[in-house]
Design a protein around this ligand. Structure first.
Ligand SMILES: Cc1cc2nc3c(=O)[nH]c(=O)nc-3n(C[C@H](O)[C@H](O)[C@H](O)COP(=O)(O)O)c2cc1C
Length: 188
């Protein structure tokens, strides 16, 4: 198995992080990999917001918790009722990819950029986990204004489509969840 496939197969969503911040050099490499994702007609209609300010992360976490408390999803309400629940699993970095809503396919472009970053992180020994709450909040009534009220703004005309936390995971890292069988159709 080559190193690329090995990286893909060993990436896991990690939900427990050390407080240590990611080395700047590693962060830059991860972002660089994001910029090299494919995009519709090569538009690269993305913007990466890297949140490393602990106060901002804490304020965003508070907004996420409020949103979970009011969710229709019982599992989310249950999760947030636990006092030590941390929406970002104590990860020191959150990356949000926003896309120019006037581009051809900004959602797909942004998600591919995030996919590249999750894999690049894995190759560098940096753990990650997609965290959808900021995206859900943005899409809720007054969501964009709430995010703006804590200092989280996106470029004009850009919509956040993908968010994930990054950091050094607490060992041992989780095992892969079993993958669904019978999900391929070859038409040769
Ligand atoms: C669109 C999307 C949304 C997700 N949202 C969350 C989330 O809000 N919180 C979380 O802990 N994991 C989230 N995940 C991670 C998935 O739960 C995880 O990828 C899945 O359980 C498979 O595990 P693996 O990533 O370790 O292979 C999300 C993944 C995707 C693709």
């Amino acid at each position: 198995m080559n190193e690329t496939i090995q990286t893909i197969l060993t990436r896991r969503s990690v939900r427990d992080y050390q407080p240590r911040q990611i080395d700047d050099k590693d962060m830059q490499e991860i972002l660089h990999a994001g910029h090299y994702a494919p995009s519709a007609m090569g538009q690269q209609p993305w913007h990466f917001t890297i949140v490393q300010n602990p106060d901002l992360l804490e304020n965003l976490q508070t907004l996420c918790k409020i949103s979970f408390q009011h969710s229709d999803n019982a599992a989310l309400r249950e999760m947030v009722s636990s006092e030590d629940f941390n929406v970002f699993y104590h990860a020191p970095t959150l990356v949000i990819v926003s896309g120019d809503s006037k581009a051809i396919a900004p959602l797909w472009d942004s998600v591919l950029a995030m996919g590249n970053m999750l894999l690049a992180a894995q190759s560098l020994g940096v753990a990650s986990c997609w965290q959808h709450a900021p995206i859900t909040i943005y899409g809720s009534p007054n969501g964009s204004a709430s995010l703006s009220s804590i200092g989280l703004d996106f470029p004009k005309g850009f919509v956040p489509y993908a968010a994930a936390v990054f950091g050094y995971g607490v060992l041992p890292l989780p095992e892969a969840a079993p993958r669904k069988p019978d999900t391929e159709t070859f038409l040769k």
